[in-house]
Ligand binder design. Structure first.
Ligand code: SAM
Length: 215
C-alpha cells in the first residue's frame, strides 16, 4: 500500500474543516503534512500509521517512492478523475511533494507526534481525541481489507474519539467503485449517529462525500 502525502489544504477540503478542536488524530496519516500544519495552528495533533514502525531511512524512501506511484494510479484511471479542485496535474504533484517534505521534516524534529500503530487496535486511551480523521484507508482499500476488518476499524476509531470521526472517501481506490458493505456496516454500528455529508472536494469522479460518526 502507498504511504501518500496529502496536505492540510486537502484535508481541510476532504473533511470540510473550519475550526479544529483542541485535539485531533490523523489515522492513518502516512506521509501527510496535516499533523505538522495543525500543530502550527495550536492543535494537539497526533498522527498514527503502521508505516511509522519502519526505520527512518526506509520510511523516507517509502514516502518518496509513493509520490510517482500515486500519480501513475491516476494516469491508469484517467477517466475516473476530475481536476477542478487541483487545477492541474502539476499543481497536485507540487502539493504532494511539499506535503511530503513538510512531513519528513516534522517527524525528524518531533517524532513524539508520530505514533506507530495498526488498525484495528490503536495504542490510545478511550476518548483521547476530540476528532479523528481518516483519509484514504477505510473503504479506499476495500480490496485489501474485508468487511469484518472495516467493522472492527470503525469501532476502534469511535473508541479513541471523544465526539466525532470523519472518513473520506467512501469509494474504492482507482476507478472509485462503491463499497457494497458500507450501508450494512453503518446500520450495525451501535451507540453512534452516522451521516453521509457532501464536502467541497472531488478528485475521484463523484467521490465528494465523507462519513461523519458522532457520539
Ligand atoms: C493511502 S495512505 C493515506 C495516507 C494519508 N492519510 C493521506 O491521505 O495521504 C494509507 C496509509 O494507511 C497505512 N495503513 C495501511 N493499513 C494500516 C493499518 N491496518 N493500520 C494502520 N495504518 C495502516 C499505510 O501505511 C498508509 O500510510
Amino acid at each position: 500500500m502507498l504511504v501518500t502525502s496529502r496536505s492540510y489544504a486537502e484535508y481541510e477540503a476532504m473533511f470540510d474543516l473550519s475550526e479544529l478542536p483542541e485535539s485531533v488524530l490523523d489515522c492513518c496519516a502516512g506521509g501527510s503534512s496535516f499533523t505538522a500544519e495543525a500543530t502550527v495552528r495550536g492543535v494537539d495533533a497526533v498522527a498514527v500509521d503502521s508505516a511509522y514502525e519502519l526505520p527512518a531511512p526506509e520510511l523516507v524512501d517509502t514516502v518518496r517512492r509513493s509520490l510517482p506511484v500515486g500519480s501513475s494510479i491516476v494516469d491508469e484511471h484517467a477517466g475516473s478523475f476530475v481536476w477542478h479542485w487541483y487545477g492541474s496535474p502539476d499543481r497536485r504533484d507540487e502539493m504532494r511533494i511539499e506535503a511530503a517534505d513538510r512531513f519528513l521534516q516534522d517527524i525528524s524534529v518531533a517524532p513524539e507526534r508520530y505514533v506507530a500503530g495498526t488498525l484495528p487496535e490503536l495504542p490510545f486511551a478511550d476518548g483521547r481525541f476530540e476528532l479523528v480523521l481518516c483519509s484514504h484507508l477505510l473503504f479506499t482499500w476495500a480490496d485489501k481489507y474485508d468487511r469484518a476488518w472495516h467493522a472492527a476499524a470503525l469501532r476502534e476509531l469511535v473508541r479513541v474519539s471523544r465526539s466525532e470521526v470523519r472518513i473520506f472517501p467512501l469509494v474504492r481506490q482507482g476507478a472509485g467503485e462503491p463499497v457494497g458493505f458500507l450501508p450494512e456496516l453503518l446500520e450495525e454500528l451501535e451507540g453512534v449517529s452516522t451521516e453521509i455529508r457532501k464536502v467541497p472536494y472531488e478528485f475521484q469522479v463523484g467521490a465528494d462525500q465523507m462519513l461523519v460518526i458522532q457520539h
